[in-house]
Ligand binder design. Sequence first.
Ligand SMILES: NC(=O)c1ccc[n+]([C@@H]2O[C@H](COP(=O)([O-])OP(=O)(O)OC[C@H]3O[C@@H](n4cnc5c(N)ncnc54)[C@H](O)[C@@H]3O)[C@@H](O)[C@H]2O)c1
Length: 432
Amino acid sequence: MKICMIGTGYVGLVSGACFADLGNNVICVDKDAEKIDMLNNNQIPIYEPGLEELVFKNFSSGRLKFTTNLNSAVKNSDIIFICVGTPVLIKNGSADLKFVFSVANEIKKYINKYKIIVTKSTVPITTGDKIEKIISKSKKRSLFEVISNPEFLREGEAIRDFRFPDRIVIGSNSKKAVKKMENLYDPLIKKGAKFFYTNRRGAELIKYASNAFLSTKITFINEIANLCEKTGINVEDVSLGIGMDQRIGGRFLRSGPAYGGSCFPKDTKAITSTADIFKTDLSIIKAVIKSNDKRKSLLTKKVLKILSNKVSNKKITFLGVTFKANTDDMRGSTSLTMIPALVKKGGVIKYYDPTGEKMEFSKLKKVKFCNSIAEACHKSDLIIIHTEWDEFKSINFKKFTKNKKIKIYDMRNLYPVDKMKKQGFDYYSIGR
Ligand SMILES: NC(=O)c1ccc[n+]([C@@H]2O[C@H](COP(=O)([O-])OP(=O)(O)OC[C@H]3O[C@@H](n4cnc5c(N)ncnc54)[C@H](O)[C@@H]3O)[C@@H](O)[C@H]2O)c1
């Protein structure tokens, strides 16, 4: 099939490359000319395991193309995926749809024959209705269908998630469009993915409700971890004990920093904002957002306690600063709150992240990026394991710090408490 992906970010680039790998002809469009130049020169603008090889393979075979020319991309495609960002609107927490509507206004000019326009971006209920209205102003309804196909891939696991999704959700009232989408996804359905369709608004809500539910699970176990810390219980036993109940399930039940990333923080806010418009109070999700925000200051307070409130000129190391491992994405990361707060208290921060230096900290004076774990840990007073990268899972702390009494705050519970204490480390973890 001939496909066009509009927006070549995490979602557009990964799914575009994966669709091409399934044998489709894919044109990825972005308004960011620098990004398109990089891609046309075999450079990948984001960090995602396996993506470079996949893009290179399909680009070389001619099935995957990159352009800034929306006109020809739309004209030459049967299915057009909208994959642009839907960030949060600061003033009220709703989803900012300016990129989505700007794309709708653009593509309406170039529709020359029947097209299926698919929102893969996460968009609030009724967005599909609005896109349909925009395009109807210049094109006959028989020339296009607007449908919803929310994306569930996770950064860091994006290619695997695309290839082996639990489910493919389509929201449309058009049997013809649903059939076309079923054909497009047929190779994944044959490998076991469930194909589920509902109406357009239903699919839009499924995406938000899924993210809100997963955010609730994380926040729930984080609060349970707080109770464990006060009562001498190991939260990991509690996670296992409740997760073995198949009605609950063990995933997203690991305590740690606040949830972050490009999706959960903005999507929880956007769903409550949409519900407010429809005069429905999503009080549980509102409580989750509040609890998650509070967690960032709670963890900072824990660091102050570990340092007996003497932070001035203390050397604090952050191992990992992204919101989770295997991604370079800093959006919504707990480190964005903790690091400035500790600097304000007089702390001197060194950080190492496998995905390199972060411009988010470039304006902070006492924050320095290091090129290795060893450099970051050298002469440190406190090491904070912030992100669960594999390379942080078996560190020889004694070798790196030469300080047996080094304080370690393991926010990912990567090391056994007994072993660390036996080795003489002043070791702290979450909920244990
Ligand atoms: N990142 C994820 O893990 C993930 C997972 C599932 C769903 N989503 C959703 O998918 C959507 C995209 O997310 P993302 O992380 O890929 O965003 P992103 O910010 O990485 O990429 C969006 C891209 O769209 C481009 N763009 C904006 N306006 C454009 C226009 N008019 N024409 C062409 N290109 C344009 C931008 O230049 C950018 O490259 C969001 O709604 C997000 O919520 C993201």
